[in-house]
Ligand binder design. Structure first.
Ligand code: T5A
Length: 228
């Protein structure tokens, strides 16, 4: 068995968490996933996130997102904390799950570091690529679903939820650079990044994602192997 890593990316409030939950429920009840399980192609669905997919990651997440930390976090320290979270996540959860046939739905991965710390913080993009290599040990996403949404709309959605976390509280121009980063990434990696219009209703966004998942799962696991 060999699983797949499916990542959801986008700016604040673009709907990743909502859509990962909807995708999980849909997949769990879909005949396609049932056939994959029956044929022992994949064995389970896993939902995880960065930062915070492991016990270490939970602690790192507090440091990264808590808006009331005593002293400001330096940009390079922030970058390294995201990388540490990822290195642990890859070794402790992602690689073992993929090796045992897990289909993983992951909230953010390497593209977030490029968009937020590279384009947003303006740290060196080559350095970030190298650091992503170190953190992942070469593990790329098999598919990245980019929920493309206007930054102001996304931030408004998160505001309705309550107090902003440390990253959400950064100024609008930072988040606009992050959005530009995702646009550039999608342009540079069309073989793995698929854009979804996240300005539509939750149900309409789900429809788009379901048809992408159907298409990619069928491509990865050809229909002949799915007849149960
Ligand atoms: N980060 C992360 C980095 O800087 N570098 C990195 O390398 C990594 C990995 C993570 C933060 O860390 C940064 C990025 C982030 O700033 P987080 O808490 O995980 O922090 O925050 P986000 O990933 O941004 O998650 P959010 O919960 O803020 O946003 P989501 O998950 O995109 O959105 P969601 O689903 O929670 O929806 C937000 C609100 O909008 C509504 C929902 O009901 C909810 O209220 N909504 C919709 N409303 C209208 N129409 C739709 N289609 C809607 N879909 C959802």
């Amino acid at each position: 068995m060999q699983g797949k890593l499916i990542v959801f990316e986008g700016v604040e409030g673009c709907g990743k968490t909502t859509q990962i939950q909807r995708s999980y429920t849909w997949l769990l009840h879909s005949p396609l996933f049932a056939a994959l399980q029956a044929n022992e192609v994949v064995n389970q669905l896993v939902v995880t996130r960065e930062p915070g997919g492991t016990a270490l990651g939970q602690t790192v997440r507090q440091w990264l997102l808590n808006p009331t930390v005593q002293s400001p976090l330096h940009d390079r320290a922030e970058l390294l904390l995201f990388a540490a979270d990822r290195a642990q996540h890859v070794e402790e959860l992602l690689k073992p799950q993929l090796a045992s046939g897990g289909l993983i739905l992951c909230d953010r991965y390497t593209d977030s570091t490029v968009a937020y710390q590279g384009y947003g913080r303006r740290l060196n993009l080559d350095l970030i690529d190298q650091l992503n290599q170190v953190a992942t040990n070469g593990l790329e996403s098999d598919l990245t679903i980019w929920l493309d949404l206007d930054v102001a709309v996304g931030l408004n959605r998160t505001k309705r939820r309550g107090a902003a976390d440390r990253m959400e509280a950064i100024d609008l121009s930072f988040h606009q650079r992050v959005q530009h980063g995702f646009t550039e990434l999608a342009r540079a990696h069309p073989h793995r990044i698929v854009r979804v219009d996240a300005s539509l209703s939750e149900a309409e966004v789900s429809q788009q994602i379901q048809s992408i998942l159907e298409q990619w799962l069928t491509r990865w696991y050809p229909p002949l192997s799915l007849t149960s």
